[in-house]
Design a binder for this molecule. Structure first.
Ligand SMILES: *Cc1c(COP(=O)(O)O)cnc(C)c1O
Length: 233
């Protein structure tokens, strides 16, 4: 990828636009801009351009692949910036990321939660996690089925070394509002149950094409790739 000054300016302007849209969507649902976390999704983006986003005030990065994170990590300007893992995580890669990320949003099995917990304890920490929900029950996607989430939460909340902080979702592209509303209801329902060692603080949903709709349904982490960095697939 070529990185020149005009690329950088484009990213800075896109971030301003995205912030305006987030603020407007948040206001419409009675919230403020700073209640919504804007995540820059960095897959296939050079560390150089990610740093442009950081310099524009982005405080949260989303990483899909352990290998890519490990290769770019030391080139990021990470002062006051958090990294969340958002991709399918293989158990043998946990070790390589456990001290680089402040949350793993893509926990999609009890086994993975157990393994993360073990590594966290070895490193004297408790890793905050979100459970990924396969809200559209799509065969091609990972994540817990919506009608099983509560059962899994009850089990995972007892695993040492991890703490459930909310839910993450990648809905089907069609009828996205239907799925956003469905996950919002599940999220609120679980919040009301006040399960020990579970705090429903984060609902991570919404990407470039649908983040405003996600905010209208209660999202407080929006994960933006293309709209910030341009198409790169
Ligand atoms: C790539 C990706 C995104 C960002 O998608 P865009 O459409 O590029 O904004 C968000 N979440 C996850 C899990 C992703 O893999």
């Amino acid at each position: 990828m070529i990185t020149n000054q005009s690329d950088k300016n484009i990213i800075v302007n896109r971030i301003l636009e995205i912030r305006k849209k987030i603020e407007y969507a948040a206001l419409k649902s009675g919230r403020k801009l700073d209640e919504i976390n804007l995540m820059a999704v960095t897959k296939n983006v050079s560390a150089d351009l990610v740093n442009v986003a950081i310099n524009s005030g982005v405080k949260l990065l989303g990483e899909n692949r352990a290998q890519e994170l490990n290769s770019k990590y030391y080139d990021y300007n990470l002062d006051n910036v958090d990294i969340h893992f958002i991709g399918h995580l293989q158990k043998n890669k946990i070790r390589t990321i456990i001290n680089k990320v402040s949350m793993i949003e893509s926990v999609d099995s009890e086994d993975l939660a157990r393994e993360i917990g073990k590594h966290a304890i070895k490193n004297d920490k408790i890793m905050p996690i979100l459970l990924e929900v396969n809200i559209g029950m799509q065969q091609t996607k990972t994540g817990f089925y919506p009608d099983k989430v509560l059962d899994h939460i009850k089990i995972i909340s007892n695993i040492p070394g991890v703490k459930i902080r909310g839910l993450m979702v990648i809905p089907p592209k069609e009828n996205v509002m239907y799925y956003f509303e469905k996950i919002r209801d599940i999220y609120i329902d679980i919040s009301h149950k006040k399960i020990d060692n579970v705090s429903m603080d984060f609902l991570s949903m919404g990407m470039s094409g649908d983040f405003e709709k996600a905010i209208s349904c209660g999202s407080n982490i929006v994960r933006i790739g293309n709209l910030m960095f341009g198409s790169r697939y």
